[in-house]
Design a protein around this ligand. Sequence first.
Ligand code: NAD
Length: 355
Amino acid sequence: MMRKLGILCLVFLMIASLGACGISQGAESVEERDTLAVDDSTLTEEGDDADAEAVQEAEEVSSETTGTAPNEQAVGDAGVFDLENGMVLLNSGYEMPILGIGCFRLSQSQAEDSVYWALRDGYRLIDTARIYGNEEGVGRGIQRAIDEGICTREEIFVTTKMWTDDFGDGDAAIDASLSRLDLEYIDLMILHHSQPSNDVEAYQAMERAVEASKLKSIGLSNYYEPEDFDRLVDATTITPALLQNETHPYHQSTVMKEHIAQYGTVMESWFPLGGRGNTQVLFDDETISSIATEHGKTSAQVILRWHLQAGNIAIPGSSNEAHIQENFEVFDFELTEDEMQRLTALDKDQRFAGY
Ligand code: NAD
């Protein structure tokens, strides 16, 4: 009963917040899912934002703020962003940081360093994937930070993704990611892409892993149509905690965001800055750059602050120590309602990735 009441409140709050942001409904383009596995050896970042070429490749609360145990009573507040503490309560009952480091295209050693620097700078959320080929590096970066007393395992939130090729044997894929990350549990695992032939099967493996305490929360990535999202939800038991889709000022994912709100599912933005090869387009956008100048901030910081105030978890990727630090310095300023509206008005329903 309490849970149902909580979900009702949540739906109301989320719809109200979308309305307050002046978010309009727009048709979301349906993009072709990339079915190609990525050659791990190509997934290295060559330096921030020389941004050589466009990327076309695959890619519940504890009593305090840790991921150790869900707080059932608090689920009614799920989906509401706490910008003071940089956290959001998931419908699973776990709290999740709203800003993290993304590890797409980082080599093992880059991932290790980037994760370590990020944790040192205050980040507590890390996003990787089996297909990035850097889960071991991520695990080493985490261990370095823990060994140095920067954080504890319970204070950090680790996300990885199950790649489509692995959907046929999800149980093994989960164990393999746990082993590569060298972790006893993963805070969030998501299916990397919609794959109607066997994604339900893969999701059910994740449900079993939640039961076995190997995973805390589970979710989805790259589901761009409400019907596709509902297909998966209707066939499974645990409501996805999160949907990770390409989301940035030019592609604000309003239709999917409004759709998933009814489930208490939150949106997480991949390509939050537009993605490698596209960032300059957003950084040079007149509205974004002028707001940045007004605040004495960089365009990257304004975009990231917009994500957080709009209710999107953001996971900017970088292997550049200075950029990693810069991207976390977004909790010391606030965009006005007018600025938020100007940024919301930039939505062109334009994706940068082709998958
Ligand atoms: P992004 O939008 O975070 O942009 C990354 C690019 O921006 C890199 O070239 C980086 O060098 C540059 N950059 C970062 N901070 C900067 C700064 N302050 N100033 C200038 N340049 C800066 O794109 P991304 O890394 O591809 O996406 C973010 C994360 O989302 C990934 O790392 C990955 O974890 C995840 N992701 C998931 C999927 C998926 O299919 N689920 C797809 C792509 C990415």
